[in-house]
Write a protein that binds this ligand. Structure first.
Ligand code: CP
Length: 337
C-alpha cells in the first residue's frame, strides 16, 4: 500500500558484531550460514517499506547492469528480479531466450560468456539443469544469482518464504512447517528444507511415496504419507505445485484422486493449528494441490509471498553487489602491494 512520497534508504546494521557477508554469488541455501540467512532476511525486512512508498526508486545501484537470463518460464521470479533491480536504480535487461541465438544452438556457456563481455554486474539465471548457475559463476566475472536450477535449488524462493513466516509469526525458529505434495521435482522444497532446518524450524514433508526422493529423511525432515497424519500441530502448511511437465511416468493415479488425498481443502486445513499459515510458491494448480477456497481464504499468505519476493530480491542484489565491490577492492589492493 502506498504510504509516503519520499523513498528512504534501506537502513541496515548487521546484527552480529564483526559479521561480514562474504559470498559473491547466491547459488544455493546450502552455501549460507544461519547468520548469512538472518542478514538477508533483516535487510529484506527493511526493504519492504521501500516498495510500499509511492516513489519506489533508490539510486544505490545507479550505473550498474543486471541481466536476467531465464531458460525456463517464470512470472513471479523474473518480474520481481526486474522490479528489484529497477527499484535499486540499476539498468535491467531481460534476455529473451526464446528469440536469442540459443535457438540456433548456442550453448549456455557461450551465451553467458557473450553477455559477460558486455560487463554486467549481475546475472540472474534460471535453467532446467541442476548446477547451471554454479557452472556460470565459474565462467563469468560478475555476481550470479540462481533463480532456480532443475530440481536442485531456488534460494530466493526459500528466503522470501522465511521472510513471510517471520513477519507473520515473529520467528522461524520452533515453528512446525509441513511441505506438501510434489517434493520429488521441487527445488523450492529442497531450498526450504535446508533453510528451515538452519533457522531451527521443525520440518515435515507430506507426499505419496512416488513423489518423495529416496533418502529425504537425511535432509532432517519427518516424513508422512497422509495429510491426516502430517498436518496436526503444524503452524505453516506449504503446498507445492504438481510438476506434471517433469514427470516421466505415471506417479499419481489421477488428478482427481491426488486432490482427494493430498489437495489442501478447508476440511484438511482444519487439521493443522488454528490460524496456520497457508503458503504456495506459485504458480498454483487450483483444484489439483489446493482448493480456491483455501488459496483465497483468510489463512492464505500467498500474495504476501509475492510482495516479499521483491523486497527479498532487492536485499540479495544489493548485498551481492556490495560484497563483490568489497572483494574486488581487496584484490586490487593486494595486487598493488
Ligand atoms: N515461484 C516461482 O518460482 O514462480 P515463477 O515460476 O512464476 O517464477
Amino acid at each position: 500500500m502506498a504510504q509516503s512520497k519520499t523513498p528512504s534508504p534501506i537502513e541496515f546494521e548487521p546484527p552480529y558484531p564483526g559479521y561480514v557477508f562474504s559470498h559473491q554469488h547466491l547459488l544455493g541455501i546450502a552455501d549460507l550460514s544461519p547468520h548469512d540467512i538472518t542478514h538477508l532476511l533483516d535487510r529484506a525486512h527493511e526493504a519492504v517499506s521501500v516498495s510500499r512508498q509511492v516513489e519506489k526508486k533508490k539510486v544505490t545501484l545507479r550505473g550498474r547492469t543486471q541481466i536476467n537470463l531465464f531458460f525456463e518460464s517464470s512470472t513471479r521470479t523474473q518480474s520481481s528480479f526486474e522490479l528489484a533491480g529497477k527499484r535499486l536504480g540499476a539498468d535491467v535487461m531481460n534476455m529473451s531466450v526464446g528469440s536469442s541465438s540459443v535457438k540456433k544452438g548456442e550453448t549456455l556457456i557461450d551465451t553467458a560468456m557473450t553477455l559477460n563481455a558486455m560487463q554486467p554486474d549481475l546475472l540472474v539465471v534460471r535453467h532446467h539443469s541442476a548446477g547451471a548457475a554454479e557452472l556460470l559463476a565459474q565462467k563469468v566475472g560478475c555476481s550470479v544469482i540462481n533463480a532456480g536450477d532443475g530440481a536442485h535449488e531456488h534460494p530466493t524462493q526459500a528466503l522470501l518464504d522465511a521472510l513471510t513466516i517471520r513477519r507473520h509469526l515473529g520467528s522461524v525458529e520452533r515453528q512446525t512447517v509441513a511441505i506438501c505434495g510434489d517434493i520429488l521435482h521441487s527445488r523450492v522444497a529442497r531450498s526450504n528444507i535446508i533453510l528451515l532446518n538452519a533457522l531451527g524450524a521443525r520440518v515435515r514433508v507430506i507426499a505419496p511415496s512416488t513423489l518423495l526422493p529416496s533418502g529425504i529423511e537425511r535432509l532432517g525432515v519427518e516424513v508422512f504419507n497422509r495429510m491426516e497424519d502430517g498436518l496436526p500441530g503444524c503452524d505453516v502448511v506449504m503446498m507445492l505445485r504438481l510438476q506434471r511437465e517433469r514427470m516421466e511416468g505415471a506417479l499419481i493415479p489421477s488428478v482427481r484422486e491426488y486432490f482427494h488425498y493430498f489437495g489442501l481443502d478447508a476440511k484438511k486445513l482444519k487439521m493443522a493449528n488454528p490460524n496456520a499459515l497457508v503458503m504456495h510458491p506459485g504458480p498454483m494448480n487450483r483444484g489439483v494441490e489446493i482448493s480456491s477456497e483455501v488459496a483465497d481464504g483468510a489463512q492464505s499468505v500467498i500474495q504476501v509471498q509475492v510482495e516479499m519476493g521483491v523486497a527479498l530480491r532487492m536485499a540479495v542484489i544489493e548485498t551481492l553487489i556490495e560484497t563483490s565491490d568489497r572483494l574486488s577492492q581487496k584484490r586490487s589492493h593486494r595486487s598493488a602491494v
